[in-house]
Write a protein that binds this ligand. Structure first.
Ligand SMILES: *Cc1c(COP(=O)(O)O)cnc(C)c1O
Length: 359
């Protein structure tokens, strides 16, 4: 089989999604399944829909367009503020977008009018992580302007924490989002469809808190795909951590010294730390590199150690094993390794166990 490749167990992704859908439903929270780490995989999106997510979210309109072209008709949300250069496409392919700039919302309105469509707006609120969002003090004014524009509907508000500064969702910032929702609704006499509290980083807060307030939606990617919460990278109970693995092929396998020799300067990727002298070891090269994956995000088979990587070579100390040329090795991936591998044109994807396939 071709290598390198991602082996994607759709049944395990489905199980993770279904488990989280059930757990959050007890809190009155729905899930938007996030596909941005999968290059907008329609196979995965379909599995998430079957598992009960209420819609799909992605940060790239290109991914949303690809999923639409693959036949997905579910609600689609663009999770990143639209680029002015992509406004028309956003209106065509996404039902809703996350917004924090009035100029963008005004152009969405104009494009929606020209396309005879209505586009949903979720206003993002900055609650301390310092990535996207309108400051709480400006929210009412931005909402008022949005409500005046034709062909756009203010469907709700949301926030995103844990991505730029690692700020944790907690009772204080989540209560603030709830109060902002309540106050906008009473000021303007509306009922929001969605108060979107955040991403996988919100799970600890949800499971620990007594009162989720007005939060009725989370957008989940990493927790579904990797079975982990991202703040401390702890595995989530009852979820698969190995739904996606990377398989690479051995292209050299030799007994060599542990220490390099000769005068030592920088490599293409900077200065390399000097290895401790452990005599002769089995060094294996796999045909995968930084163009395919983030090597720092890989965990190899037990007893093996990743020594380094260049653009096209991954070097591993095989420990007691003696892998032969042409054999394959399976690696666990973290979020960074997953995103890079999913978006590399050199990495194939092999899907197994999909409910759409067995049904
Ligand atoms: C990426 C992203 C998500 C999903 O984050 P995960 O940690 O993968 O669950 C949710 N919301 C926004 C705005 C995002 O950019």
């Amino acid at each position: 089989m071709t290598a390198p490749r991602l082996e994607i167990r759709l049944d395990r992704i489905g199980h993770n999604a279904r488990t989280l859908v059930k757990r959050l439903a007890t809190r009155g929270i729905s899930i938007t399944g996030v596909t941005k780490a999968t290059l907008g995989s329609a196979e995965i999106a379909r599995e998430l829909i079957v598992a009960g997510v209420v819609g799909i979210g992605d940060s790239r309109v290109e991914n949303i367009e690809a999923m639409r072209n693959a036949g997905l008709s579910c609600p689609m949300t663009l999770l990143r503020s639209p680029m002015l250069s992509q406004i028309d496409s956003v209106v065509t392919h996404a039902d809703v977008s996350f917004n924090s700039e009035l100029d963008v919302i005004a152009l969405l309105s104009r494009a929606a009018r020209a396309q005879h469509r209505d586009h949903g707006i979720v206003l993002m609120v900055e609650l301390g992580d310092l990535r996207e969002g309108v400051l709480p003090g400006d929210l009412e004014a931005v909402a008022r302007e949005t409500l005046h524009l034709p062909n756009v509907t203010l469907v709700g508000i949301g926030t995103n924490l844990g991505c730029q500064s690692g700020v944790s969702p907690d009772q204080r910032n989540m209560s603030e989002l709830s109060s902002l929702a309540t106050s906008l609704e009473s000021t303007f006499g509306l009922t929001f469809d969605v108060v979107s509290g955040g991403n996988s980083a919100n799970l600890d807060w949800v499971f620990d808190c007594d009162d989720v307030g007005r939060i009725d939606n989370l957008r989940l990617g990493e927790s579904i795909l990797l079975g982990r919460e991202p703040l401390r990278r702890r595995p989530l109970d009852g979820l698969y951590g190995d739904a996606v693995t990377l398989v690479a092929e051995v292209i050299e396998s030799k007994t060599k010294p542990t220490q390099a020799w000769g005068e030592i300067n920088q490599t293409a990727f900077g200065l390399q730390p000097r290895a401790e002298d452990r005599g002769m070891t089995t060094r294996v090269i796999l045909g995968v590199g930084r163009q395919d994956v983030d090597p720092d995000g890989l965990v190899g088979p037990a007893g093996m150690e990743i020594l380094g990587a260049s653009s096209d070579h991954l070097v591993v100390d095989a420990g007691a094993a003696r892998p032969v040329v042409g054999s394959e090795m399976t690696f666990q991936v973290d979020y960074s390794a997953l995103v890079r591998a999913m978006t590399s044109p050199f990495v194939a994807r092999v899907f197994t166990g999909g409910s759409a396939m067995t049904a």
